[in-house]
Design a protein around this ligand. Structure first.
Ligand SMILES: *Cc1c(COP(=O)(O)O)cnc(C)c1O
Length: 414
């Protein structure tokens, strides 16, 4: 049984967390108790005893373990095996694009749509739910553009926790329905994700729920970190030249950057890092603007709109962490418009049979634009993140009918 297998794999280890730290000023916080944002209102990140980590497991042991992200247990904060919540995660495949990129280009998609609930939000929310169990939190609340709420609902229901979820009222209908159906109570709010976040924040006091917003608790990023661990393992403990990441709250980009630092600290990879590229939509590009302006924090993006709903985040609490990682890596931030996003989606689907989600398609469009502008080389090994299954999003209408009561004109099929 998958769950038993995951539990027994996990059973050997207690967490190697030493403490937590404010990502802005480095203040220390204790492990084993609940945390939201730091005293100065910034994200808190988890620190491990890396010397002990290096001694406690080898690359080979990790490679020989079955399953998805829970196999990196030494790199994760969960103490007690009974708190692991698993819905059958897999190591997500790396798939080279074939016909929709020019010959000689090495563009590989990491397809996160294969995870439970169909998006990479499973990684972060599995960890958040496991840690909520560990810390005796029993009611979780979050604002979401869709996929995070679905992953929270599924993992929390499986783990026996209560969830309340707030979405902007123009969130794709399929997301709202799956959240409710998977056991959460979901509300549509006539505002943006930031307005939903405000409701969650203000409800903490009267309701006592835990705020699971992006980077407002320390553990979702630890789950997202496993994308970096997994990528390194899949590439034989080396890393690609460039990573294109569709950036909303930025947890995945920051998480991978943390993973690479931890892997280097324990001597599993060398100091070569990919250039990290934050991809946004021209309809909501606060990080791109801040990157281009050379500033440390992003301004609120007014009137944000894009069909790539997962990256419609007008303000990110971890903005300075995203910008730091992008700059340290020698990468850049780039915005693409919806026309190019959906053109890229259609091309990948029609030429390569690969149904990207709009956010994943944004990374393909951004790579195309970067190649044109000379920001990346044709010879670069590039990873694009397809963060959700394309099946969750509206698809173009088709209207080709046949009348089977009349003679069929077979010429039309030629
Ligand atoms: C959440 C989400 C993103 C953005 O991820 P972050 O790590 O929060 O920046 C991108 N695409 C999809 C499909 C998402 O659900």
């Amino acid at each position: 049984m998958e769950f038993e297998a995951t539990k027994s794999l996990y059973a050997k280890s207690n967490s190697l967390v030493t403490h937590l730290e404010c990502a802005m000023n480095g203040d220390h916080y204790a492990a084993g108790v609940s945390h939201g944002l730091s005293k100065i209102g910034k994200p808190i990140i988890v620190k491990y005893d890396l010397e002990e980590l290096a001694k406690s497991v080898t690359k080979e042991e990790i490679e020989n373990r079955e399953g998805g992200f829970w196999k990196y247990r030494e790199f994760l904060p969960v103490n007690k095996p009974e708190n692991v919540v698993s819905l059958g995660e897999v190591m997500t495949p790396l798939i080279p694009l074939n016909h929709c990129v020019p010959e000689g280009c090495n563009v590989i998609v990491k397809d996160e749509g294969r995870l439970p609930t169909g998006s990479f939000k499973a990684r972060g929310l599995a960890l958040a739910v496991a840690m909520a169990k560990e810390l005796d939190q029993n009611h979780l609340a979050m604002p979401t553009n869709g996929n995070a709420g679905a992953a929270l609902a599924a993992y929390a229901s499986y783990g026996g926790l209560k969830t309340t979820v707030f979405c902007p009222d123009d969130t794709p209908e399929v997301n709202i329905r799956e959240i409710e159906l998977q056991g959460a109570t979901v509300y549509k709010v006539n505002g943006l994700i930031t307005d939903c976040g405000k409701i969650v924040g203000e409800g903490k006091e009267p309701i006592g729920w835990t705020d699971i917003s992006t980077l407002k608790e320390p553990y979702r990023i630890e789950g997202k970190k496993t994308m970096g661990l997994e990528l390194a393992e899949q590439m034989g403990w080396t890393l690609p030249d460039v990573i294109f990441y569709p950036t909303g709250g930025g947890t995945g980009l920051i998480g991978m950057w943390k993973a690479f630092a931890e892997l280097e600290a324990i001597g599993w990879i060398d100091s070569k890092r990919p250039r990290m590229v934050a991809v946004q939509s021209t309809g909501c590009a606060p990080i791109v603007k801040a990157f281009n302006d050379g500033v440390e924090h992003a301004e609120f993006w007014e009137n944000s709109h894009t069909g790539a709903s997962g990256i419609r985040v007008p303000a990110a609490v971890g903005d300075f962490m995203i910008l730091r990682a992008v700059r340290e890596s020698g990468g850049f931030a780039i915005a693409v418009d919806d026309e190019h996003i959906f053109k890229a989606r259609d091309e990948a689907a029609q030429k390569d049979g690969f149904l990207l989600c709009p956010e994943g398609a944004a990374t393909l469009a951004a790579w195309q634009k970067s190649l044109e502008q000379g920001l990346v080389k044709k010879s670069d090994t590039v990873i694009l993140f397809n963060c959700a299954t394309g099946l969750k999003y509206p698809m173009p209408h088709t209207d080709r009918n046949l009348d089977c009561t009349k003679p069929i004109d077979y010429d039309q099929f030629k």
